[in-house]
Design a protein around this ligand. Structure first.
Ligand code: FAD
Length: 464
């Protein structure tokens, strides 16, 4: 205890002004931790409100997250801090999610029992045989998992791959699963191998994987409420949050960052700093060093891509659509990858007797979907929903779209090489830490982003 106190005190003497770039879960958690330790912190956020991907938009009494978020963590300290901050405003909700495929509804996460019971006997026999062969080949020939396709085919066989994994993955990422690194699979697919499948089937093993978690925390007024409360606490403790401010340049001398320049309402401003915690996208951070960047660094900057997402938010004059929190849409003929019903997370997300849907449509910035007028998008999506058995054509009260550019870091083959190059470049700057989902180019959830922010703050203060 004494050691921690002394180190904080030494840290305080060294650090006068710490700047946090980005006001999403990671940046705010860093600023929250620094403020709680009495340090002077300024957050620079390009949006008009804080929360990053965890913003909730309110419209005509309805609330829409960017997609629909749930808070799950194994970190007791983090959970306790959030509980204390939210008080009665934090609900414990239960998830029910399914996969819609070929007029059938499969459990999510996928279960071998469900696949077996719902597919026709011929398909079952074919899938099971191919599945067993793939499992044996994987063990005997030690098949390598370079791409996502290798990973899934080696474990599940090509029949199940073509049904459940291939089309969905291509829709989500916008590139062939042959060009996606197998790294992504480890984070997203919950059935790992034949042994795991059998253990789950006979209920001999309880899953600790996040995808299997049914219970989760969710604020009454949408996920954004967590970060609105956090930013209020930061402000109360004396921290500053500058909104509508886009980072332009990181100004350094002798490999130490001295000030940050940003543009706000058309005006360029500069603030001095002793240290920086950045959570803005890794390529954007590197580009903000105005000194000449070597060619190879510029190549790595342009090699790292993000997949964008457009959300169609529909206000509906019906009490409910289904009891599912979300539904995956596997087939690539439908534009949406996921359908969410916000009311399933919190009853406060829709007025009494009404409900709403969020459709997540993966796209690239400035592609056909990105630029599609909302009227055409609605028309297309209502037709898709009807085919999927959700007919709401005469029940739409209103609708609007939202979008994010940096939805998912694209784990294309070779991404790790470019990411390492950029991290090595930044490593030379003694008083700069990059963290968070965008800042480390990692497919992480909000709890990990928050842990990273807190760890970065403690690292600056040299506290364990
Ligand atoms: C559709 C979808 C659903 C998700 N569902 C869940 C879920 O259910 N549970 C869960 O735990 N996680 C979920 N996630 C992941 C979660 O949103 C992220 O892990 C989390 O938001 C990461 O926080 P972050 O602060 O690292 O990044 P972000 O939230 O992206 O925040 C980065 C911030 O930096 C700002 N910024 C960027 N560039 C600049 C600049 N140049 N200058 C100033 N500011 C800048 C941005 O505006 C943003 O506010 C989901 C993600 C998506 C896309």
């Amino acid at each position: 205890m004494v050691k921690v106190y002394v180190l904080i005190f030494e840290g305080l003497l060294k650090m006068k002004n710490i700047i946090v770039l980005g006001g999403g879960p990671c940046g705010l958690s860093a600023a929250w931790e620094l403020s709680r330790c009495g340090l002077d912190v300024t957050v620079i956020e390009k949006d008009s409100k804080v929360g990053g991907l965890c913003i909730t938009n309110e419209y005509r009494g309805f609330r829409f997250d960017l997609g629909g978020h749930r808070f799950i963590s194994k970190n007791r300290e983090l959970i306790e801090s959030i509980r204390t901050m939210m008080g009665d405003e934090l609900l414990t909700s239960m998830r029910k999610s399914v996969i819609l495929l070929k007029d059938k509804t499969f459990d999510y996460p996928l279960s071998a029992k469900d696949i077996f019971l719902k597919m026709d006997p011929w398909m079952n026999l074919k899938a099971f045989t191919v599945y067993i062969i793939a499992a044996i080949f994987k063990i005997v020939f030690r098949r390598k998992d370079t791409s996502f396709e290798d990973w899934a085919v080696n474990r599940f066989g090509r029949v199940l791959y073509r049904l459940f994994f291939g089309p969905y993955t291509e829709k989500l990422w916008g590139i062939s699963p042959k060009r996606i690194s197998s790294d992504w699979a480890f984070q997203r697919i919950s059935l790992l191998n034949l042994k795991e499948v059998l253990l789950h089937l006979f209920q001999l093993k309880k899953s600790t994987l996040r995808t299997h978690a049914r219970e989760y925390f969710y604020p009454k007024k949408g996920i954004g409420q967590m970060f609105d409360n956090m930013s209020n606490e930061i402000l109360k403790m004396g921290g500053k949050i500058i909104l509508n401010a886009t980072v332009l340049a990181i100004n350094s001398h002798n490999k130490s960052v001295e000030s940050i320049s940003y543009i706000q309402h058309g005006m360029t401003k500069t603030i001095n700093c002793d240290a920086v915690i950045s959570t803005i996208p890794l390529p954007d951070l590197v580009k903000s060093f105005p000194n000449q960047l070597p060619r190879e660094i510029l190549d790595s900057v342009s090699a790292l891509k993000f997949r964008s997402v457009k959300f169609l938010n529909i206000l509906i004059d019906l009490p409910d659509i289904s009891d599912n929190t979300w539904m995956y849409v596997s087939e690539d003929k439908y534009s949406m990858a996921r359908i969410q019903e916000p009311k399933r997370r919190s009853p406060y997300n829709a007025p009494e007797g009404k409900t709403s849907l969020i459709l997540e449509i993966p796209c690239d910035e400035n592609d056909e979907v990105w630029n599609c007028p909302k009227e055409s998008l609605l028309e297309r999506c209502l037709a898709d929903l009807k085919e999927l058995g959700i007919n709401i054509e005469n029940k739409v009260i209103d609708y609007f779209t939202t979008s994010v550019i940096h939805g998912y870091p694209v784990y294309s083959l070779g991404y790790m090489f470019h990411k390492s190059k950029l991290l090595d470049f930044l490593n030379c700057y003694k008083n700069l830490i990059t963290c968070g989902r965008q800042g480390t180019f990692r497919y992480i959830f909000m709890d990990t982003a928050m842990e990273m922010g807190i760890a970065a703050a403690r690292n600056l203060m040299q506290v364990d």
